[in-house]
Design a protein around this ligand. Structure first.
Ligand code: ZN
Length: 244
């Protein structure tokens, strides 16, 4: 196998420790021979996700030997400037609310654009040319940098700017949250679903608090509401399928 060929079997996953990026990591581990992970510290108010990601990486290799063989280095990238220059409820101690433009103030402008650009810089050095992210434009908060159109354009810019065949892959882009749970089940069965429930974190308020059927969180912020609704829909469908 030439170096060129090998590049097609390696990937870098933007891995935050949330539900979506954890499913993306499992998706990548089921397809690529070598997978590395990148996590960004951008001064988010709650660093609970960053703590969860370490537990998840460890548990995924313990539970799934087939994934352990493929999982390579984890990279933490510090981007404190992003938190300093953005006025977001994820980086400032303010209430979550809607802006007049229809976007919630959890939107961090430029975040995904920067994440992929930094990931490409890292991937260039590590020979990882497929960059995978959990962005989704189905059940989402309207973030314009989660749209596939945005990422197609960014992918082109990165290809041109590095003269390298980088691809941006977004396996959850057109899935509902219920379908994301379904994908998790198909990738790693009940042990993987249980791991997502126990050890991923999506709550905007950073609360672990009460353990609900769908995991930990405040239960009322937009991220918890989406996660809970998706879990409920998926569960109803599963029960229907087993009793049909
Ligand atoms: Zn919440």
């Amino acid at each position: 196998m030439t170096g060129e060929d090998r590049q097609h079997f390696t990937a870098l996953v933007l891995f935050s420790g949330g539900q979506d990026s954890t499913v993306c990591l499992a998706w990548a581990l089921s397809r690529y021979e070598r997978v590395e992970t990148a996590g960004f510290d951008y001064g988010q108010r709650h660093d609970i996700e960053l703590k969860c990601r370490e537990t998840l990486l460890q548990r995924m290799t313990e539970i799934f030997p087939q994934w352990q063989r493929r999982l390579g280095s984890d990279h933490r990238i510090e981007l404190p400037a992003l938190g300093k220059i953005s006025e977001s409820a994820l980086t400032r101690d303010v209430e979550i609310e809607m802006h007049e433009n229809g976007l919630p103030n959890t939107f961090v402008p430029g975040r995904n654009l920067l994440f992929f650009t930094y990931a490409a810089a890292l991937g260039y050095r590590r020979g990882l040319h497929a960059i995978i992210g959990g962005m989704c434009e189905t059940d989402y908060s309207g973030y314009p940098d989660c749209r596939r159109e945005t990422l197609d354009s960014l992918e082109k810019a990165i290809q041109l700017g590095t003269e390298t065949g980088f691809t941006i892959e977004t396996p959850l882009m057109h899935l509902t949250k219920a379908q994301t749970w379904e994908l998790a089940q198909s990738l790693g069965g009940t042990p993987f679903v249980d791991l997502i429930v126990e050890d991923t974190h999506s709550c905007y308020l950073g609360e672990r608090g009460t353990r609900q059927d769908w995991g930990y969180g405040c239960g009322t912020c937009p991220a918890c509401e989406l996660r809970a609704k998706g879990f409920e829909e998926w569960h109803v469908k599963m029960v229907d399928a087993t009793t049909a």
